[in-house]
Design a protein around this ligand. Structure first.
Ligand code: TYM
Length: 338
């Protein structure tokens, strides 16, 4: 009989720069929605993943704390969710090593994120960047997490996590790791650049005008939306009308996600309007939703000792969940003393 697993959500974000609207709509906002009775929720600042590309130590410290502030300011309650940074729970790297022996070179070679990040300079990228998805599988499976909310760009990594779980279970003849479900839902699972509708909104884009940062003030948010690239046509009333209009689709998706609505409902409302009318509506909505978060983040950042206490307490709770699962894994694998 198949084992039943406690419904448990795990997800992580790299503290490798400021948070963007993409991280907020594609991840954090959905993490908040999953908090509650149905699932245990575990959210992590994946600092060990961040250092697979160079991070200045002072920036990494600041970004980790700022990310924690971002989680809390957005509505993650550190009592009902487990909130911590990855490096403080060594079980992640311990299980990650086991998964390095389960994952195949061929599987990792197919990962598009590695190809994108390594670019033409594969020979000079870190071994950690290549092995990154095995550690990500460990993040998830060290808690036997059943559901992983992520943006579209992480789908391939969650699928690899499923492959690793299945191969481990098969090789050792056990039904030990769950085959985790990626949860990729809503209107904003892939928020695009405000300057180029074919590129993902990203903290690493050289143009600051391409993204909305969670620390942007109201003026910056409004200006970036005003200057966002669009086409000359009016908005359509039906979803079909967004075909081949990536910039229009992106702004409508952002509006829908931010307003907890659907693209259909938004278009029913704004269909026929020009961008000159729609953009101010979007800017007002974005400012109304994001300003309280950025001001709360700034307030929390003035109390770093509180943030550090929250992270320490979260790591303790995370270890209590992860340690027995790692111990059982070691026993299955045949480690004497486990
Ligand atoms: P990261 O840090 O790049 O991004 C964090 C989350 O934000 C989502 N995201 C977006 N969603 C929609 N539109 C965008 N433009 C956009 N940009 C980012 C990402 O999909 C992600 O959900 N490998 C992960 C971190 C990680 C992780 C894990 C995630 C490590 N271990 C275990 C889940 C479970 C990453 O680099 O995300």
């Amino acid at each position: 009989m198949a084992t039943t697993f406690t419904p448990r959500v795990f997800s992580g974000i790299q503290p490798s720069g400021g948070l963007t609207l993409g991280n907020y709509l594609g991840a954090i906002k959905r993490f908040v929605d999953m908090q509650g009775a149905e699932f245990e929720t575990i959210y992590c600042m994946v600092d060990l993943h961040a250092i697979t590309v160079w991070q200045d130590p002072a920036d990494l410290r600041k970004n980790t704390r700022e990310l924690c502030a971002g989680f809390i300011a957005s509505g993650i309650d550190p009592e009902s969710s487990v909130l911590f940074n990855q490096s403080q729970v060594p079980e992640h790297t311990q299980l990650g090593w086991i998964f390095n022996t389960v994952a195949r070179m061929g599987w990792l070679n197919r990962m598009t994120q590695f190809k994108d990040k390594a670019g033409k300079n594969r020979e000079n990228s870190s071994v950690g960047l290549f092995a990154y998805p095995a550690l990500m599988a460990a993040d998830i499976l060290v808690y036997h997490a059943t559901h992983v909310p992520v943006g579209e760009d992480q789908k391939q990594h969650v699928e690899l996590t499923r492959d690793i779980a299945a191969k481990f279970n098969h090789d050792y003849g056990v039904d030990f790791f769950p085959v985790t479900e990626p949860v990729i839902e809503g209107a904003a699972t892939r928020v695009m650049s405000l300057r180029d509708g074919s590129k993902k909104m990203s903290k690493s884009d050289p143009s600051d005008m391409s993204r909305i940062n969670m620390t942007d003030d109201a003026d910056a948010i409004a200006q970036k939306i005003r200057k966002a690239r669009t086409d000359p046509d009016a908005l359509p009333s039906e979803v079909d009308g967004l075909k081949d209009r990536p910039e229009a689709r992106n702004l409508v998706n952002i509006f829908a996600a931010m307003n907890d609505s659907t693209v259909e409902a938004v278009l029913a409302d704004v269909g026929g309007k020009q961008f000159s009318e729609f953009k101010p509506l979007l800017a007002d909505l974005a400012v109304a939703k994001l300003s309280p978060i950025s001001s709360e983040m700034a307030r929390l950042m003035e109390h770093q000792d509180e943030i550090d206490k929250i992270l320490a307490r979260g790591a303790e709770r995370a270890r209590a969940l992860a340690a027995p699962i790692l111990k059982q894994t070691y026993e299955i694998v045949g480690m004497v003393g486990a």
